[in-house]
Design a binder for this molecule. Structure first.
Ligand code: GLY
Length: 439
C-alpha cells in the first residue's frame, strides 16, 4: 500500500503518544506531525511547536503542510471548536464539533440530554447559585458527587462521603472557583456503588462501533482513595464483548446517544466515551467524554488489529457500518507515574532515567509530561509524567510486566498506584483455586 497520508495529531499526553504509535502501525502514513507532542512522541512524529489551543496556528500549519488528516486528542480544543475551524477550511479532521462536544464540555447539557433520550444515569440536581446548592447538600444524607459543569482536566468531580464534604466541595467549585468559570454551575448527584468501566466507541454521526471496554483507576491512591485524577492506570479488556451487558450498553447508551445527537442537529463524529458504573440495576452513565480516554487509549489501541487510519476514514465518510473492528486476544495493562503532589501542586524538571523507549520487549512507555533538558537528557514537565503498559496473553502477565517495567524507570519522588488490575488478579487467582467466580 502506498504511503500517501500526511497526518497531524493534536495534543501532548500519553493518549496522543498511543494515537501516534497506532497511526505509525499503518502502512498508509507518509508523514506524522504532533502539536505540541512530548519527548516520547518525538521518536515517532515531527514535533510542531504549537499549543493545542492555538486553533488558527494549527489550521495554518495544516494548510501549509498539506495535512490530509488531523486527529484531535484533548477535549479543550474540541470544546473550543477546532473541528469547526478545520471544516471551514475544508481540512479533514477527526473529532466532534463544538456543539457535539457539549456532551463533555457541559455536565448539565449531558445530564439533560440523557434525560431527554432515556439514557440510564444517576438522578441529579443542577445549580447555578451556591446558596441553593449548599442548602440542598445540607439537607441530603449519604455520599454525594459534586461536579463542576465545565472542563476541569478530570479534576472537577469531587466524591463526598457526607454532606459536610459536599459543603466543602460546593464552596471549592462555586465560591473559591478552584476550576475557574467551569464552576459557574454544578451538578450534585448520589454516589453510585459498583464497578467502573469505560467504553469508547467510534461514531460517524449515524453509526457507532464500540471498542473493547477498559477499566480506569481515577483516584490518586491505592484502594480508590484520594482525589480524582486524569487516571492512574488501566487495563483492557475489562469484560468480554460477548457479554449481554455489552449489548445492553450498546442498545441503551451508545446507540441512543448517537441517534439523539443526530436528531438534535449535532451529529456526533469522533470518539464517544461512556464512563459507566455497573450497578445491581444495570449500567449507569457517570459521564460522557468526546475523545479518547487517558489512560484507556494506552491499553485499548495496542490491542486493535484493524488499521486505525481505515477506521477513522470510515467514520469521516459515514460508513462505520462497513468497518468491523478486529482485536488481538491479549490483555493490556499499565500504570501512570506522576510527579510528587499530583493532582495538586508539583514540581517539574525532575530527571528521568531508565527504559523509556516507546516500545521495548512487549512493553509500551507512553510519555505524557516529558521534555528534553538543555543537555539532551529527559526530564519531567507535567504532573502526569509517563505510563508503562504491557501486552500479554493473560491479565496477570500484563499487570506483572507493567509493574516490572515501572521498576526499570527512575524518577525521584514519582508516585504510582500499586493496585492496578489487582482485584481481577485476586479474583482470577481465586477462580483458579476454585474458591470464587467472576460475577
Ligand atoms: N480516564 C478518564 C478520562 O479520560 O477522562
Amino acid at each position: 500500500m502506498a504511503k500517501t497520508l500526511r497526518t497531524l495529531v493534536i495534543g501532548g499526553g500519553g493518549r496522543e503518544h498511543a494515537i501516534c504509535w497506532a497511526l505509525r502501525q499503518s502502512p498508509q502514513i507518509e508523514a506524522l506531525y504532533c502539536a505540541p507532542g512530548n519527548a516520547g512522541i518525538a521518536e515517532l512524529a515531527t514535533i510542531v511547536e504549537l499549543p493545542d489551543h492555538d486553533l488558527r496556528g494549527l489550521v495554518d500549519f495544516a494548510r501549509k503542510e498539506r495535512i490530509d488528516l488531523t486527529v484531535v486528542g484533548p477535549e479543550r480544543p474540541l470544546a473550543e471548536g477546532i473541528v469547526d475551524e478545520f471544516a471551514r477550511e475544508k481540512l479533514r479532521v477527526f473529532g466532534p464539533t463544538a456543539s457535539a462536544a457539549r456532551l463533555e464540555s457541559s455536565k448539565v447539557f449531558a445530564k439533560e440530554f440523557m434525560r431527554r433520550h432515556y439514557i440510564p444515569t444517576t438522578p441529579y440536581r443542577a445549580f447555578d447559585r451556591s446558596d441553593e446548592a449548599l442548602k440542598f447538600v445540607a439537607e441530603s444524607s449519604g455520599p454525594l458527587v459534586v461536579k463542576a459543569d465545565g472542563l476541569a482536566a478530570g479534576k472537577g468531580v469531587i466524591v463526598c462521603r457526607n454532606s459536610d464534604e459536599a459543603h466543602l466541595a460546593v464552596k471549592k467549585i462555586m465560591v473559591e472557583r478552584a476550576f475557574g468559570s467551569a464552576g459557574e454551575r454544578i451538578i450534585v448527584e448520589r454516589l453510585l456503588i459498583g464497578e467502573e468501566m469505560s467504553v469508547m466507541a467510534f461514531a460517524d454521526g449515524t453509526h457507532v462501533v464500540p471498542m473493547i471496554p477498559a477499566r480506569d483507576y481515577k483516584r490518586a491512591q491505592d484502594g480508590d482513595e484520594g482525589p480524582n485524577t486524569g487516571g492512574m492506570g488501566a487495563y483492557a479488556p475489562a469484560r468480554s464483548m460477548e457479554d449481554d451487558l455489552f449489548q445492553e450498553i450498546y442498545d441503551h447508551i451508545l446507540e441512543p446517544a448517537v441517534r439523539g445527537m443526530k436528531t438534535e442537529g449535532s451529529p456526533f463524529v469522533g470518539i464517544l466515551y461512556a464512563g459507566l458504573m455497573l450497578t445491581d440495576v444495570g449500567p449507569r452513565v457517570l459521564e460522557f467524554n468526546v475523545r479518547f480516554g487517558d489512560p484507556e487509549t494506552q491499553v485499548v489501541l495496542p490491542l486493535l488489529k484493524t488499521d486505525l487510519v481505515n477506521v477513522i476514514g470510515a467514520a469521516l465518510a459515514g460508513q462505520l457500518d462497513w468497518e468491523p473492528l478486529s482485536w488481538r486476544e491479549d490483555v493490556c495493562a499499565g500504570v501512570i507515574l506522576t510527579a510528587r503532589g499530583y493532582p495538586g501542586r508539583y514540581e517539574g524538571g525532575v530527571p528521568i532515567e531508565g527504559e523509556v523507549r516507546t516500545m521495548n520487549n512487549g512493553v509500551f512507555c507512553f510519555h505524557a509530561g516529558t521534555a528534553r533538558d538543555g543537555a539532551g537528557g529527559l526530564a519531567s514537565s507535567g504532573g502526569r509524567i509517563l505510563g508503562l503498559f504491557a501486552r500479554s496473553a493473560t491479565h496477570e502477565g500484563a499487570v506483572a510486566a507493567a509493574y516490572a517495567a515501572v521498576e526499570r524507570v527512575r524518577i525521584k519522588g514519582a508516585q504510582y498506584r500499586t493496585d492496578i488490575g489487582l482485584r481481577v488478579r485476586r479474583v482470577v487467582r481465586q477462580r483458579r483455586e476454585g474458591v470464587a467466580r467472576i460475577t
